[in-house]
Unconditional design. Structure first.
Length: 166
């Protein structure tokens, strides 16, 4: 395993262009890969649904009420995760993504751990997330962090809903 000190996690990255650009690139990779995995590949960002293009083009506005975590290796963004603003005592984790070149180095675990620490700090009672059933590696990661499959709140086929009480 690589030295964990090479990657740091930042909350709500500053206005530095490189981090903002890096976050947009991570979100682009996430959305393009997801559409391909769903069997609906698109050629580029312009073919993505409007809501995803908005996240990519202006993540600061798209996630204005949320906490955005970015994993950095030096000044390069190598992973991201969004924690939604609390609703009914719950937070939701979205957009967990690690640059494929940095997988296996604890980036996703670091992001998830920081998200759970944030949830505990603000007194959330639970954290939930949804994940596509074919993302078995992500599901295994969530289970290691204490998430369990729960009744679905989303009617999309092949989506697994998980929750962890804090």
């Amino acid at each position: 395993m690589a030295d964990q000190r090479e990657v740091s996690i930042v909350r709500r990255p500053g206005r530095t262009l490189s981090v903002e650009d890096g976050l947009g690139a991570l979100l682009t990779a996430y959305h393009l890969r997801t559409e391909a995995e769903k069997g609906q590949p698109v050629a580029d960002v312009d073919a993505l649904p409007d809501r995803y293009r908005a996240e990519i083009s202006d993540p600061r506005t798209a996630f204005a009420d949320d906490v955005v975590l970015v994993a950095l290796s030096g000044s390069a963004a190598v992973g991201c995760l969004v924690v939604t603003a609390p609703a009914d005592g719950q937070l939701e984790i979205k957009r967990l993504w690690t640059d494929p070149a940095f997988r296996g180095r604890g980036v996703a675990s670091g992001l998830l751990g920081e998200a759970l620490a944030h949830a505990a700090e603000i007194g959330a009672g639970a954290v939930r997330l949804s994940v596509w059933k074919w993302r078995t590696g992500a599901i295994a990661l969530y289970e290691r962090f204490g998430f369990a499959v729960t009744e679905s709140w989303d009617d999309r086929a092949q989506l697994v809903c998980m929750e962890r009480t804090l």
